[in-house]
Write a protein that binds this ligand. Structure first.
Ligand SMILES: Cc1cc2nc3c(=O)[nH]c(=O)nc-3n(C[C@H](O)[C@H](O)[C@H](O)COP(=O)(O)OP(=O)(O)OC[C@H]3O[C@@H](n4cnc5c(N)ncnc54)[C@H](O)[C@@H]3O)c2cc1C
Ligand SMILES: NC(=O)c1ccc[n+]([C@@H]2O[C@H](COP(=O)([O-])OP(=O)(O)OC[C@H]3O[C@@H](n4cnc5c(N)ncnc54)[C@H](O)[C@@H]3O)[C@@H](O)[C@H]2O)c1
Length: 501
């Protein structure tokens, strides 16, 4: 490294997202005398506000973008450095920023987050959504759009297809049902009517102890049309200018160039074969186009089901990749299969004195049977907080055990305007055939699914205002044998809270 060290900090945290900021807050409050540096590429930092512990493991909060001065005022020993890390030298315990400065550290925590795993990096008509800038770019392009194609079947796609209005949406999913990262086909079936014109009728509860679902035929497609005015009555108003947070889409107007109805066409079980510009399409065989007219759209997307759609742009909502590049060269980090920095149960990477937290890392300790990593705000906050505690514990020579929040996976969110709570092995992840499901579904009102293994509850999906999260969380954590209760567990006429008191 050519440049001389400008300063050596006791702790350096890289990344001003939820993981990095929570780590800084934890360290600075635990060891107020320690000099801490936060190096971040973004001009603003993300902070957790309105934090609420819903139950033992479920938490809810808002995410706000704030100027970094807010953090510096709170912690006098904190220095915020607005620059990106260009390279890391773990042997000399130093790093270099893109503006040529070199800083030393005693302990480092990498919280560089992730970036969208785009279908292609080169095509200007393919957008990803990550931060405020990309969300604003989406809003700008959408305001002139008549048709977009959304590829992907996770959190972003689910939120986007529901929120976009005044623009036709073609939604291409690899799977047999929508929302594969969060739901199974049963929950997807429950949610699908929300894309349709009328609010679903509220039927009497129907218990479905045996789990069956109808699936669309391979390569099948469905079109759902919603009446905008009808839906508006039940949805909250959009306010321009608020920060990208868990309700990121409420801060921007996702309105296409047309007024009136929303139209979502679902293309199931297909992937992207090719993305063309109109010029490329002119030079391709005539059968490529199908019913589309060449030249009427700026970009065309050919799916593996043989269909080609012209559109104004494509949203690639196809997951994230950990932002590890600047940290790898010349070092010896162990990387996980998903590209994340491997961390142990003290959030330590394989390099000495280097920790990592949030989307950039992959939890490689032996997980509790009820926990799995998903790249979510909640886990970024929990990992940042725990990494801060681990770093402090090490310098103070205090023992520390893996935090309780990693005992049980829990996530609370909203899809299609329904409250959604996910607990434990909510999709029977890793259980193979060694599990059974109990399902209760009331169309338009609630969907409750319980995953049982060896008579014990190991996971649950709760959609709607079920009020069951705390009871089910306790049942999972207590590992109670529920065999004697059988299907009564989901009997809508039994107040389950009283039942287990
Ligand atoms: C549109 C969208 C909606 C989402 N909705 C939800 C939701 O409803 N609920 C939920 O739980 N999760 C949601 N998520 C996921 C959630 O945003 C992430 O899991 C979480 O923000 C990860 O936090 P992080 O701190 O690890 O990373 P990030 O928030 O990505 O922060 C990384 C930080 O590191 C900085 N950085 C990167 N590289 C460098 C470098 N070389 N040098 C210096 N700084 C660097 C960046 O500038 C940034 O400040 C959503 C994600 C998206 C994109
Ligand atoms: N409410 C929430 O909790 C929420 C909302 C939005 C985003 N998020 C989080 O933000 C991150 C980014 O969201 P996301 O939706 O991009 O990721 P995701 O991991 O949730 O979903 C990615 C989806 O893309 C599909 N996919 C991957 N490669 C593909 C390909 N080549 N072709 C077609 N489909 C492909 C996957 O099957 C999956 O359905 C995730 O970590 C997600 O959990 C959470």
């Amino acid at each position: 490294m050519a440049n001389r060290k400008e300063k050596t900090f006791r702790f350096i945290i890289v990344g001003g997202g939820i993981a990095g900021v929570t780590c800084v807050e934890q360290l600075s409050s635990q060891i107020p005398s320690a000099d801490v540096a936060l190096i971040t590429a973004s001009p603003h930092i993300k902070t957790v506000t309105n934090y609420r512990q819903v139950s033992k493991t479920l938490e809810e909060f808002d995410v706000e973008e704030q100027p970094s001065s807010v953090l510096e005022e709170k912690f006098p020993n904190l220095t915020v450095i607005h620059s990106a890390v260009k390279s890391l030298h773990t042997r000399s315990h130093s790093l270099e920023t893109t503006d040529g400065r070199v800083f030393g550290y005693e302990k480092l925590c990498i919280c560089g987050g992730g970036r969208p795993k785009l279908l292609t990096q080169e095509n200007p008509y393919v957008l990803g959504i990550r931060d405020t800038d990309s969300a604003q770019e989406l809003q700008k392009r959408l305001s002139k759009a008549k048709r977009i194609v959304v590829v992907g079947n996770g959190g972003i796609a689910l939120e986007l297809v529901y929120e976009v209005e005044g623009c036709e949406v073609i939604w291409a999913v690899k799977d047999k049902a929508i929302g594969n990262t969060f739901f199974d086909a049963g929950a997807a079936q429950f949610l699908i009517p929300s894309l349709e014109a009328d609010k679903p009728e509220k039927d009497a509860p129907c218990k479905r102890p045996r789990y069956t679902t109808e699936e669309p035929a391979p390569g099948g497609s469905h079109t759902f049309t919603a009446d905008r005015n009808a839906r508006r009555q039940g949805s909250s108003s959009t306010e321009a200018g608020s920060a990208l947070g868990p309700d990121w889409h409420e801060g921007i107007v996702l309105q296409g160039s047309e007024q009136g109805t929303r139209r979502v066409s679902l293309e199931y079980q297909c992937e992207v074969e090719k993305i063309f510009t109109s010029e490329e399409l002119l030079n391709s065989p005539p059968q490529t186009l199908g019913h589309e007219n060449v030249g009427s759209w700026p970009v065309y997307i050919k799916l593996t089901n043989g269909k080609t759609f012209g559109c104004d742009f494509v949203v690639s909502a196809t997951g994230v990749v950990p932002n590890t590049e600047p940290f790898l060269h010349g070092n010896n980090f162990a990387l996980a299969e998903d590209g994340g920095l491997q961390v142990d149960d003290h959030m330590m990477t394989s390099e000495p004195d280097v920790y990592a937290a949030g989307d950039v890392c992959t939890a490689c300790w032996e997980h509790s049977p009820m926990w799995q990593q998903m790249r979510l705000w909640t886990q970024a906050r929990q990992m940042g907080w725990y990494a801060g505690r681990c770093m402090a514990a090490q310098v103070l020579s205090e023992p520390i055990e893996l935090d309780f929040c990693f005992e049980l996976f829990s996530h609370i969110t909203k899809f299609f305007n329904y409250k959604v709570v996910l607990l434990g092995k909510f999709n029977g992840q890793g259980l193979g055939s060694d599990h059974e499901l109990l399902v209760r579904c009331t169309k338009g009102l609630e969907y409750v699914k319980v995953v049982l293994s060896g008579g014990r509850m190991v996971g649950a999906v709760l959609i709607g205002e079920t009020d069951l999260e705390e009871t089910f969380e306790n049942l999972i954590l207590n590992e109670m044998d529920l065999t004697p209760y059988g299907e009564e567990l989901l009997n809508p006429n039994i107040d389950i809270e009283d039942y287990f008191d």
